[in-house]
Design a binder for this molecule. Structure first.
Ligand code: ATR
Length: 305
C-alpha cells in the first residue's frame, strides 16, 4: 500500500476503528451476505469490512478461534456449520436455543454469543402485524436445517404448526421439540391432503424446486388468501411458487427472509437499526450479478444464506 492510502489505513488500524465481520460456510461462494452488509456500511460511512470464508467442518473450531484472536466483531454462519456453532460459543440466545442452531455470532467482552435470526427473519419478511399470526395455522414443508430455524419462531408467535416431511420421523421430532416448550405443532408425512385447506401460511423449506423440478403433488384446495413462501430464490420462482400464484395466493421467494435475517444480525452486532433499504439494494444487485450468467449460478436456496 502506498502514500496517503497507507497513512489512512494505519490511522484506522491504530485507532481500532475498523470492525470486521464475516460469513463462514462450505460452500460459501454463493453467499450474498457480504454485499448486503457492505451496502449498509457504505451508506452509513462505517469503518467496517465483511468477508466470506470457506471453512471445512474439520477446521471449524480453529476458524472460530482465529476469528476471535483477530478481533472480529461478529460473523454469520451457514451450511453446514449452524448446529456445530451452537457448541462453540459461550452463550446462546433464546432464539438459538430453540432452533438448536446458530446463524449469527457476536464477539463481545472476550465472549461469543450465538444467536439465530432465521426464524424472525422469515416472520419480518411477511410484512404482517406479528400479533395477527397468533392462533392461525402454518404448514411447514420440510424438516431440515431451514425448517428448524423457522418453526420455533412461528410457534413462539402462537401459530399452530403442521410440519410435513418426506421422512416423517424428522417432522415428528421437530414438532415434539416445539411442544416440549409449550408451542403447538404436529408432524406428518409430506403428501397431498386436507392440510392445504386450512393453512393461513405455507413455508416451503425443502430443496425441491432448486433445479426447477415440479412439486410432487398439485396444490388443489389451497386457500386463495394463503401466504405462500418458498425460501429458495434461485430460481427466482420455483414451480411450487408459480402454482400457488396461479391459484391466487400471495407469494414470496426467500430473498425477503435473507434480507431480514441479515438486518436482525446487524441489529444484534451494532445495537442500532439496520439500514434496510441500502441492504436490500446491495442484496438485489448481488443477486442480479449472480443470476445473469448460468455458469456462475451455484446452489442457492434450501439455506437462505
Ligand atoms: P436444509 O438445511 O437446507 O433444510 P437439509 O437439512 O438437508 O437441508 O433438509 C432438506 C429438506 O428437504 C429435508 O426436509 C428433506 O427431506 P428428508 O428429511 O426426507 O430428506 C427435503 N427434501 C430434499 N429432497 C426432497 C425430495 N426430493 N422430496 C421431498 N423432500 C425433499
Amino acid at each position: 500500500m502506498a502514500g496517503p492510502f497507507r497513512l489512512i489505513y494505519n490511522i484506522r488500524e491504530e485507532r481500532g476503528l475498523e470492525k470486521h465481520f464475516a460469513v463462514i460456510g462450505d460452500p460459501i461462494a454463493h453467499s450474498h451476505s457480504p454485499e448486503m452488509h457492505r451496502a449498509g456500511f457504505y451508506v452509513l460511512s462505517l469503518e467496517a469490512e465483511y468477508q466470506r470464508f470457506q471453512v471445512h467442518t474439520s477446521n471449524l473450531k480453529e476458524a472460530v478461534d482465529g476469528l476471535k484472536a483477530l478481533g472480529f466483531t461478529g460473523w454469520n454462519v451457514t451450511i453446514p456449520h449452524k448446529e456445530k456453532m451452537a457448541e462453540l460459543v459461550d452463550e446462546l440466545t433464546a432464539e438459538a436455543k430453540r432452533a438448536g442452531a446458530v446463524n449469527t455470532v457476536k464477539h463481545t467482552g472476550g465472549r461469543l454469543i450465538g444467536h439465530n435470526t432465521d426464524g424472525l427473519g422469515l416472520v419480518r419478511s411477511l410484512g404482517v402485524d406479528e400479533k395477527s399470526l397468533a392462533g392461525k395455522e402454518a404448514v411447514i414443508l420440510g424438516a431440515g436445517g431451514a425448517a428448524r430455524g423457522i418453526a420455533p419462531a412461528l410457534a413462539e408467535r402462537g401459530m399452530h404448526l403442521k410440519i410435513l416431511n418426506r421422512t416423517p420421523e424428522r417432522a415428528w421430532e421437530l414438532a415434539e421439540g416445539i411442544r416440549a416448550w409449550g408451542g403447538e405443532a404436529v408432524g406428518g408425512e409430506l403428501a397431498p391432503g386436507a392440510w392445504l385447506e386450512s393453512a393461513f401460511l405455507i413455508v416451503q423449506t425443502t430443496s425441491l424446486g432448486l433445479h426447477g423440478e415440479p412439486y410432487p403433488f398439485p396444490l388443489q384446495g389451497i386457500r386463495p388468501d394463503a401466504i405462500v413462501v418458498d425460501i429458495i430464490f434461485n430460481p427466482w420462482e420455483t414451480p411450487f411458487l408459480s402454482e400457488a400464484k396461479v391459484r391466487g395466493c400471495q407469494v414470496q421467494n426467500g430473498l425477503g427472509m435473507l434480507l431480514h435475517q441479515g438486518a436482525l444480525a446487524w441489529e444484534f452486532w451494532w445495537d442500532s437499526a439496520a439500514p434496510l433499504e441500502a441492504m436490500d439494494q446491495g442484496l438485489r444487485a448481488a443477486v442480479a450479478g449472480r443470476t445473469v450468467s448460468d455458469e456462475r449460478k451455484t446452489k442457492q436456496g434450501a439455506d437462505p444464506d
